[in-house]
Design a protein around this ligand. Structure first.
Ligand SMILES: *Cc1c(COP(=O)(O)O)cnc(C)c1O
Length: 358
C-alpha cells in the first residue's frame, strides 16, 4: 500500500477472479466462461463502418442496446441499464442504493463480490447462512429488514430457487430493495424479469459473459422500474458516461438478438452437465443438482484443495474456495465434450496416483 492510498480504502479486499495462467495450455474450467464462440452474428456486426466510426464516442445512453434487451425480454427500454459487465452494473447498484448505515443481507455462501463491494463502499452487511443442505433460507431473507442481494441460481452451489420464493422475499417488504443477480438464468430457464412490472423494489441483473459466450466483451444489464434505472444512470453519468464502447454495444446487440443460437448452446450445456454429474457421481463424489453451467462437487479420494492443485499440475483449472462450510467442495465449469473428457482423465490420473501413494 502506498502512503497516498485514500484512508477510505485501507480495508479494501480486492476480489480474486478465477486464475488466468499462461505458462502452458490449460483446460479452463474455473470461471464459468465458455470456450464456445459467440453467435455468428457477432462477427457480422464488426463492420468497416463500425471501425471507421470509432473516432466518435459511443451513445452514453446505449439506446439501441437497451431497446434490443427490452424487445428480447419483453420490457421497455426505460427499464434497462447497460454496463461493462454485470460486475459494473452490480457495483453501480450498490453505490446508488446502499449507504454506510443500513446493513445489506446476502447468503453466507454466494458470489464473493457482494462482500467485497460492501467493504469497498463502506456498507455494513449481514451474511444469512444457507441451510444445512445449501439451499437459501427464504424465510430469513424475507424477514430481514434491509436490502437483500441474491444470485439465482446461486453460485457456487448451482442450486436454484423457484421464482415464487423470490417473489415472496420481494413482496414481504415492499419498502426495501431486492437485487437478484441472474448470471446463470439462461441455463436455469427461469427469470424474475416478469416480476419487475409489479414490484417497484426489484432489480434483476443479467450478463452476456456466462451464457452468450461474450465474457471477453464484458456486457451486463439490469432490468427494473424506470425510477431505479434513472438513479443508476445518474450515478453512472457522475463517474463514467461512456462505460460501454461502440464495439461492445455492437457485438452485444448482435448476440442478444440470436435467441436460436442461445437455445442451442443451452441444450448442449445441459447435456454436458448431465454427463459430468453422472461421471462424478460414479466416482463417489457428492454432486449438487445444478441449474447452471457448473457443478458443485465434494470429491472422494483426495481433499478438494489438493485435488484442485493436482488438476492444475495436469493442465486443468477448477475452482476451490478455502472458506468456511465449502472448503471440501470444488466448483467445476461444464466445458465442451472434449474439455470434460480431459477433466475426467486428469481426475482419474490424480486419484490413481493418490491411491497408489497410500
Ligand atoms: C460471473 C458472474 C458475475 C459477473 O459477470 P460479468 O458480467 O462478467 O461481470 C456476476 N455475478 C455472478 C454470480 C457471476 O457468476
Amino acid at each position: 500500500m502506498s502512503k497516498f492510498l485514500s484512508s477510505r480504502y485501507t480495508n479494501v479486499q480486492p476480489y480474486r477472479p478465477g486464475l488466468q495462467l499462461h505458462d502452458r495450455p490449460y483446460v479452463k474450467l474455473n470461471a464459468n466462461e465458455t470456450s464456445l464462440p459467440p453467435s455468428p452474428a457477432v462477427r457480422q456486426a464488426l463492420t468497416d463502418a463500425l471501425v471507421e466510426g470509432l473516432g466518435r464516442y459511443a451513445d452514453p445512453y446505449c439506446l439501441e442496446f437497451r431497446q434490443t434487451v427490452a424487445e428480447v425480454l419483453g420490457v421497455s427500454a426505460d427499464e434497462v441499464f447497460v454496463g461493462n459487465g454485470s460486475d459494473e452494473v452490480l457495483a453501480i447498484a450498490f453505490r446508488t442504493f446502499f449507504d454506510g448505515e443500513t446493513p445489506v443481507a446476502f447468503p453466507d455462501i454466494t458470489y464473493n463480490f457482494y462482500r467485497d463491494w460492501c467493504t469497498t463502499f463502506g456498507t455494513p452487511f449481514v451474511e444469512v447462512p444457507l441451510k444445512e443442505d445449501f439451499t437459501v433460507d427464504v424465510d430469513a431473507l424475507a424477514a430481514f429488514e434491509g436490502p437483500v442481494v441474491l444470485v439465482n441460481p446461486n453460485a457456487p452451489t448451482g442450486l436454484a430457487l423457484p421464482v415464487a420464493d423470490i417473489e415472496r422475499i420481494v413482496q414481504a417488504r415492499p419498502d426495501r430493495l431486492v437485487i437478484v443477480d441472474e448470471a446463470y438464468a439462461d441455463y436455469h430457464g427461469e427469470s424474475c424479469v416478469p416480476l419487475v412490472a409489479a414490484n417497484s423494489n426489484l432489480i434483476v441483473v443479467q450478463t452476456m459473459s456466462k451464457s452468450r459466450n461474450l465474457a471477453g466483451a464484458h456486457i451486463g444489464y439490469a432490468v427494473a422500474q424506470k425510477d431505479l434505472i434513472d438513479d443508476m444512470r445518474d450515478i453512472k453519468f457522475s463517474t463514467n458516461p461512456f462505460n460501454v464502447s461502440a464495439l461492445t454495444a455492437a457485438v452485444g446487440i448482435a448476440a442478444m438478438r440470436d435467441t436460436a443460437y442461445l437455445e442451442q448452446c443451452m441444450a448442449e450445456a445441459a447435456e454436458q452437465r448431465a454427463r459430468l454429474a453422472d461421471e462424478l457421481s460414479a466416482r463417489g463424489f457428492a454432486v449438487l443438482p445444478s441449474r447452471t453451467n457448473f457443478v458443485f462437487t465434494r470429491p472422494e479420494g483426495l481433499p478438494a484443495g489438493e485435488l484442485c492443485e493436482e488438476l492444475q499440475r495436469r493442465g486443468v483449472l477448477v475452482r476451490h474456495y478455502n472458506q468456511p462450510r465449502i472448503a471440501d467442495w470444488l466448483r467445476i465449469t461444464v466445458g465442451t465434450q472434449e474439455e470434460n473428457t480431459a477433466l475426467l482423465e486428469a481426475l482419474d490420473d490424480a486419484l490413481a496416483e493418490a491411491a497408489n501413494a497410500c
